[in-house]
Design a protein around this ligand. Structure first.
Ligand code: ATP
Ligand code: MG
Length: 201
């Protein structure tokens, strides 16, 4: 086959591909708030959620963040996003359960946290809400799944919600529109590299 034939065949293949893709794009004509779950053991769940936060702000939307489990407020994302107008940021955890070593306290903290998250989910001015590490209080049974799913379902019709954390319970994934599982292929931590500013926090 000469170069001319090759490029002719390539053009035909791409035209067929474009027709298929255009048809799919045309068929997706619904606008509504999306519920996303980012789970799995691989790195990139929270940073992906914060990437969407930046996108939403770029479009002039107002956004809310509720961070469960975590009790640190020295992350780059918090420092950056708190400076932006239109951001509500709540750090609601008091550390991992092996740090607190107090079940009753963990449950009480999670319930207080959910009350704050529910306020975000009831605020029609917020176009995107990130519920970071919400999978843990759900997986541990510190929050009632039915209650959380009901509050998520009752949010404003155009509000997007992004939920992160490992081991997302099946019921949460079932309720979501988009679910991504990040796979851990390799992580620098296992080679002894500590968390790096700008990459990990
Ligand atoms: P990130 O915030 O970097 O997107 P994540 O939200 O996917 O990470 P978390 O479980 O919240 O992951 O963990 C946050 C911290 O743990 C980050 O410093 C991250 O680099 C690190 N981390 C994430 N996955 C792994 C892993 N598989 N092994 C070791 N450390 C990890
Ligand atoms: Mg995370």
């Amino acid at each position: 086959m000469n170069e001319n034939d090759k490029s002719q065949r390539h053009a035909e293949r791409m035209a067929r591909k474009k027709a298929v893709i255009d048809e799919k794009i045309e068929a997706a004509d619904i606008d509504r708030g999306i519920m996303l779950v980012l789970t799995g053991n691989g790195k990139g769940k929270s940073s992906s959620a914060f990437g969407m936060l930046g996108r939403a702000l770029g479009h002039g939307m107002q956004v809310g963040v509720a961070q469960f489990i975590k009790n640190r407020s020295d992350t780059g994302e918090e420092a950056f996003f708190r400076q932006q107008p239109g951001v509500q940021w709540h750090v609601l955890g008091d550390g991992f359960t092996w740090d607190t070593q107090n079940l009753a306290q963990d449950i009480a903290t999670a319930k207080r946290g959910w009350a704050v998250a529910r306020d975000l989910l009831q605020d029609p001015s917020l176009g995107l809400v990130v519920l970071d590490e919400l999978t843990y209080p759900l997986a541990y049974g510190w929050l009632e799944m039915e209650e959380v799913l009901a509050d998520l379902a009752a949010r404003p019709a155009m509000q997007h919600v992004v939920i992160t954390g490992r081991a997302a319970p099946q019921a949460l994934c079932d309720a979501a529109d988009t679910v991504t599982e990040l796979r851990d292929v390799k992580h620098a931590f296992r080679a002894g590299v500590r968390a790096q500013k700008g990459v990990d926090l």
